[in-house]
Design a protein around this ligand. Structure first.
Ligand code: AKB
Length: 338
């Protein structure tokens, strides 16, 4: 039997590149990618086929579906939270309309194959919205159903798309008596801020964490746009892609929800700065508050409760804060900028 085909949108982004490497090492899938910008040569070798194009282009998506029997979709293409506040219309188009195109394509494909296409969707802590720092402190570790009142376009987009995915999985064409087997199988992970040893994010608001580390490793000064007390959960990119594959492979019967929090460690900007200074004693870090971006970070929970993912499909992060630095971030980053 030939290996199942996986489609990755936004494959040239941070999560995409890391996922491509993991799928290549894993070797159980054939990978088709689509991204606005062509994949670098070094990644193209991991793929059965790569398409440079826009997920808003329904003709392109139909073409991809016509050429490949796609059984799994990782829909990673998105505009992140800071970028989304700069251009809310575009964020809505890409994050919501784009996702709807992909859901439609995956639904049609499920009907054609007669079995559910698995649709993996990275959601975010941006779906939460705490009204102020006092409530944030009181709330502590937030579960999936709490505080779902986002204050960014990106957060609203992600939350709505989680609902769309649940709708497609459980209720699509309910009046037409579509059978459950031919509905797609949507699974979302709410990621915290992600920190990769290999890439630096763009357009996000949790970017202060990875930016601080990568700047110090390059001996560049860094002005942090949130205050030292700002605290949110983070996770290594390594754990993020591992959790995506774990959720992909989880048995449907074990899943009690279409949405799961996953977390690594919760730290303040000050704790990151201290740890960075320990690793790079010459690091130049100061604080230059951007009030709007800082307010967005304050609206995100201090930590998220990922008990549901642990119970349903055995999730457990490999890296807590210290190990993330010692065993994942520092060795790779030092090598990268050496
Ligand atoms: C962002 O900052 O927008 C993202 C996220 C938290 O989803 N990294």
């Amino acid at each position: 039997m030939s290996k199942p085909v996986v489609l990755i949108t936004g494959a040239n982004g941070e999560i995409g590149r890391s996922l491509l490497k993991r799928l290549h090492t894993d070797g159980r899938y054939r990978v088709v990618t689509v991204d606005l910008t062509p994949l670098p040569e070094s990644y193209r070798g991991f793929c059965l086929e790569t398409y440079a194009g826009n997920i808003m282009d329904r003709y392109l998506l139909d073409q991809i579906a016509a050429h490949h029997e796609i059984e799994v979709v990782f829909h990673l293409a998105a505009l992140l939270s800071t970028r989304g506040e700069r251009d809310p219309d575009l964020a809505h188009q890409v994050n919501v309309e784009g996702t709807l195109h992909l859901l439609r394509m995956a639904q049609n494909q499920s009907g054609r194959l007669g079995r559910a296409v698995r649709f993996l969707f990275p959601s975010s802590i941006a779906v939460y919205g705490l009204p102020n720092v006092e409530e944030k402190k009181k709330a502590g570790r937030v579960v999936e159903e709490e505080w779902c009142v986002p204050i960014t376009m990106y957060g609203c987009n992600k939350l709505y798309c989680e609902h769309l995915g649940r709708y497609f999985t459980n209720h699509f064409r309910q009046l037409g008596a579509l059978s459950d087997v031919s509905r797609l199988d949507f699974r979302a992970l709410r990621f915290p801020g992600l920190i990769s040893a290999e890439t630096v994010p763009t357009g996000g608001t949790s970017d202060f964490g990875p930016e601080m580390i990568h700047a110090a490793a390059q001996k560049l000064p860094y002005s942090c746009f949130v205050g030292p007390e700002a605290q949110i959960p983070f996770m290594t990119m390594n754990d993020a892609t591992r959790s995506l594959l774990m959720l992909l492979e989880a048995k449907k019967e074990a899943l009690t929800s279409t949405v799961y929090n996953v977390s690594g460690f919760s730290v303040s900007a000050q704790q990151i700065a201290d740890r960075v200074r320990m690793a790079f004693p010459d690091a130049k870090i100061d604080w230059k508050l951007d009030e709007v971006r800082a307010r967005i970070v304050d609206s995100w929970p201090e930590d998220i409760d990922d008990g549901r993912a642990r119970r349903d499909w055995g999730w457990k992060p490999t890296f807590e804060f210290e190990r993330a630095f010692d065993e994942y971030l520092l060795p790779t980053i030092r090598q990268r900028y050496a």
